[in-house]
Design a protein. Structure first.
Length: 426
């Protein structure tokens, strides 16, 4: 699908965005492992999160969907049943990596498959710790999907993540639910902590001390009524749009403000972004609130080390903002971007080039010159939802109409993206 986007004169209004993808995945999986009924409100509308629902249905769990309200009837840790066919994760690496943790302990075998993009993404980071816990997992060429998970009685481990990854951490913790004793995960850098919060909400005994997470095995998880905050990663596109287009002022309601995710706001504020938090509340252990964004001239700067790990999903749209900032933007320590849905370092640089901006590709990042104006162009999503959305935002500040080829990729995480974009530019 091609999407034509004209330059915007102003970004304005008040919007509430779909539920956070990371939290939706975790609530659905834990609800399936809990005893009794969980009701999840504002569940993500993205295809990835519905891949998770499809997989837990295939494992014998009753799931009822009424719009964005999802009801999951869990059967406890021992309640999953052998699937009658392959478990299809679609494009969702989150589904495959996290669900593998629970499947590793089951008394049956499972086979997880994905689409062409997911089938090129490495899974050896989860295979290693799960193997140490006693599971047997085979993969194409030793690390690529499909994954064949041969369940086993698991033992607890003390595992240090070689690189920051909330998905790998979650996989190990979900496996640790089935192990006797304490499973310990040590992080080199603090990553998003939605799993730790959700486990505590469902009744698990879990301790977090700095970057060390300790989970007591074999808890009794109990179904809950839950509300998913709006997705800050989705909000990032509209935050950048409002900062980018002169005269803009935009209110985003009910957005997640978890401290392990709000690095985005900290970085934008440090660059001179006009962002005001209007109110904050806590729901199911997660912070959410309302923010006001106004058009601003930004300094730019450098994203590296722990900041890169915290902003890995937002870097494509921050690259867009960097191109118009005073100093430009340097991104380092972002090698993880090369193994996302696309090589996002390469695809960001390619689309910037089409818009008249020559970014320098670094081994683990980008150097983007500042003080540029975007040229209208034929742009490509390359089948990647975040590239499609990031360059739709760039097109708002171009000197004419641009076209996004493969714009349907946005539906993987945010089916309503172009509808909301029309709303705020009307």
């Amino acid at each position: 699908m091609d999407q034509r986007i004209s330059p915007a004169t102003r970004i304005s209004g008040s919007i509430c965005l779909p539920g956070d993808k990371s939290i939706s995945h975790r609530y659905a999986i834990l609800a399936a492992l809990a005893e009794g009924t969980s009701t999840i409100r504002n569940y993500s509308t993205g295809a990835d999160c519905h891949s998770t629902l499809g997989c837990i249905r295939s494992l014998g769990i009753e799931v009822d969907e009424q719009g964005t309200e999802v009801t999951v009837t869990g059967k406890g840790l021992a309640g999953l049943s052998a699937p009658g066919a392959d478990l299809d994760a679609g494009n969702s690496g989150s589904t495959m990596r996290m669900l593998s943790g629970a499947l590793a302990a089951q008394p049956f075998d499972s086979r997880l498959i994905g689409d062409e993009s997911l089938s090129r993404r490495p899974m050896d980071r989860i295979m290693k710790p799960l193997g140490e816990m006693g599971a047997v997992i085979s993969a194409r060429n030793g690390k690529f999907p499909p994954l064949e998970v041969h369940g086993a009685k698991l033992r607890s481990i003390d595992y240090t993540l070689p690189v920051p990854s909330a998905q790998v951490k979650t996989c190990v913790l979900l496996a640790g639910l089935y192990a006797d004793g304490e499973t310990i995960v040590r992080e080199p850098v603090r990553s998003r902590d939605h799993t730790e919060i959700a486990l505590r909400e469902f009744g698990a005994e879990i301790r977090v001390e700095r970057r060390v997470i300790t989970l007591q095995g074999r808890p009794r998880l109990i179904g809950r009524d839950l509300v998913v905050p709006s997705d800050l990663s989705s909000a990032a596109f509209f935050i950048v749009a409002a900062l980018l287009v002169p005269g803009s002022d935009l209110v985003i309601r009910g957005v997640g403000l978890n401290p392990t995710r709000s690095t985005l706001l900290d970085v934008l504020l440090s660059m001179g972004g006009g962002i005001t938090i209007l109110k904050v509340e806590q729901v199911n252990g997660e912070l959410l609130g309302e923010i006001l964004v106004t058009a601003s001239r930004l300094r730019g700067g450098t994203i590296e080390k722990e900041t890169t790990a915290a902003l890995i999903d937002e870097i494509p749209v921050l690259a867009v903002l960097g191109a118009v900032s005073d100093e430009g933007l340097v991104v380092r320590d972002a090698g993880e971007l090369r193994i996302k849905e696309t090589d996002r370092i390469a695809t960001v640089a390619e689309n910037l080039k089409r818009m008249g901006i020559e970014a320098e590709i670094l081994p683990d990042g980008l150097r983007i010159p500042g003080r540029h104006r975007f040229r209208a162009a034929e742009l490509d999503s390359f089948g990647d939802h975040r590239i499609a959305m990031a360059f739709s935002i760039a097109a708002l500040a171009a000197n004419g109409e641009s076209t996004i080829h493969g714009a349907e990729a946005a539906s993987v995480s945010f089916p309503e993206f172009f509808e909301v974009l029309k709303q705020v530019t009307a």
